[in-house]
Design a protein around this ligand. Structure first.
Ligand code: APR
Ligand code: ZN
Length: 363
């Protein structure tokens, strides 16, 4: 029996019900989830900021155990522990061929095909993974094997927040030792970005969030300063960086206003890296003088510009060496019925990651 949190209407409740997973087809893998993080992108899919065919089972930050493999699958076997990859590269398109698997032309293919039915109605998997379910069926290339001694509840966070946040700093911004970094927005993604900046050897890490409750956590993960957002934020960041502005700003909110503040907080010639995924109705404006004059760069990134098959093992090395604290990102744990509460906390900026824990296997 597969239990899932099913969303039937836009902004509607997620109801826990039984679904019938499709049979594991050729090239597919069935995974029993151990844990799944609730990410802001789930909320954006639930409220229509990002598009999602319905009914749907959201959840894309999951880890679990392989229970069945379809014909032709050789990369994993039943019993293997895996992290789910919500943007699996095809390894054959132009982007994959040119070293940009995070922009794979086929990364979205699984999102358009139902992965289950509920009372005969097709059900879609949010971001192609459907991790808010006790089991899911995904393509083999969406399964990243992880060693069995890594707790699955912590491994789940690698699947989105940590690949995205650490990757934004190391792979997209390419922060160098001694550089200064401002991280705007301290959810699971921003707190991972702080750790990425610390791992990269940043000299100053300025954490920005309206919630004062985030300060101790941000500092414990590497932030050297904590500042609430306000109209004078760029000026305050200049003051904190010897009058220059930060070498890098990493935007982890996904709003026009914060993207603009991130850009303005960097030094002349600095780089703003935008991780947040916002609304198509939320513009960011620049005047025609400042773009050339400040000579700053603004860059987007997807999935932290990572290749999960390459970057998950690197992140696990940081984890094993004690440089990457995964458990600290989890501030709440719920079962499948608690995702609505997690969205409520997220809307008000409380807590970091809420983790959905499943009964078995032990995580
Ligand atoms: N300035 C700074 N921080 C802000 C602001 C602001 N003006 N407004 C909100 N925040 C903070 C919230 O207080 C919260 O701590 O941004 C944080 C966002 O955290 P989450 O909602 O947990 O989001 P997260 O899952 O980390 O994702 C962040 O990355 O992948 C994308 O779609 C995702 O756009 C989202 C972003
Ligand atoms: Zn996510």
């Amino acid at each position: 029996m597969t239990l899932a949190a099913v969303m039937r209407t836009l902004d509607g409740p997620l109801t826990v019900e039984e679904i019938d997973l499709n049979p594991t087809g050729p090239g597919q893998v069935r995974v029993r989830l151990a844990a799944a993080g609730v990410c802001h992108s789930d909320l954006s899919l639930a409220n229509g900021t990002l598009r999602q065919p319905l009914p749907a089972v959201l959840g894309h930050e999951g880890a679990g155990v392989v229970t069945e493999v379809g014909e032709g699958v050789t990369s994993v076997r039943p019993g293997d522990h895996v992290v789910l990859n919500w943007s699996p590269p095809c390894r054959a398109c132009w982007f994959c061929d040119h070293g940009e698997p995070y922009l794979c032309a086929h990364a979205d293919d699984a999102r358009a095909v139902p992965f289950a039915t509920s009372a005969g109605t097709p059900v879609y998997a949010g971001l192609g993974t459907g991790a808010f379910a006790s089991e899911t069926v995904v393509g083999a290339h969406a399964c990243i094997p992880v060693p069995p001694d890594i707790p699955l509840a912590e491994a789940a966070l690698l699947g989105c927040a940590v690949l995205t946040g650490v990757g934004a700093v190391t792979n997209a911004a390419r922060v160098r030792p001694g550089e200064t970094v401002a991280v705007i927005g301290l959810g699971g993604v921003g707190l991972a970005a702080i750790q990425g900046a610390r791992i990269a050897g940043a000299s100053e890490i300025i954490a920005v969030d309206p919630s004062p409750a985030k300060e101790p956590l941000a500092r414990s993960l590497g932030a050297t300063h904590f500042v609430p957002p306000h109209a004078g934020l760029p000026k305050e960041i200049r003051t904190l960086t010897g009058g220059l502005g930060a070498d890098h700003a990493i935007e982890c909110v996904g709003r026009g206003e914060t993207i603009r503040a991130a850009w303005s907080s960097t030094r002349r010639g600095g780089t703003a890296t935008v991780v947040g995924l916002g609304s198509a109705q939320d513009p960011v404006t620049f005047n025609a003088l400042e773009v050339a004059f400040f000579a700053r760069r603004i860059v987007g990134c997807m999935y932290g510009n990572t290749d999960p098959a390459v970057d998950v093992p690197i992140l696990l090395e940081h984890y094993r060496a004690g440089r990457l604290n995964l458990a600290a990102l989890v501030t709440d744990e719920v079962d499948l019925s608690g995702i609505g509460e997690a969205f409520t906390r997220m809307r008000s900026g409380q807590g970091a990651r809420t983790l959905v824990r499943f009964q078995s296997p032990a995580a």
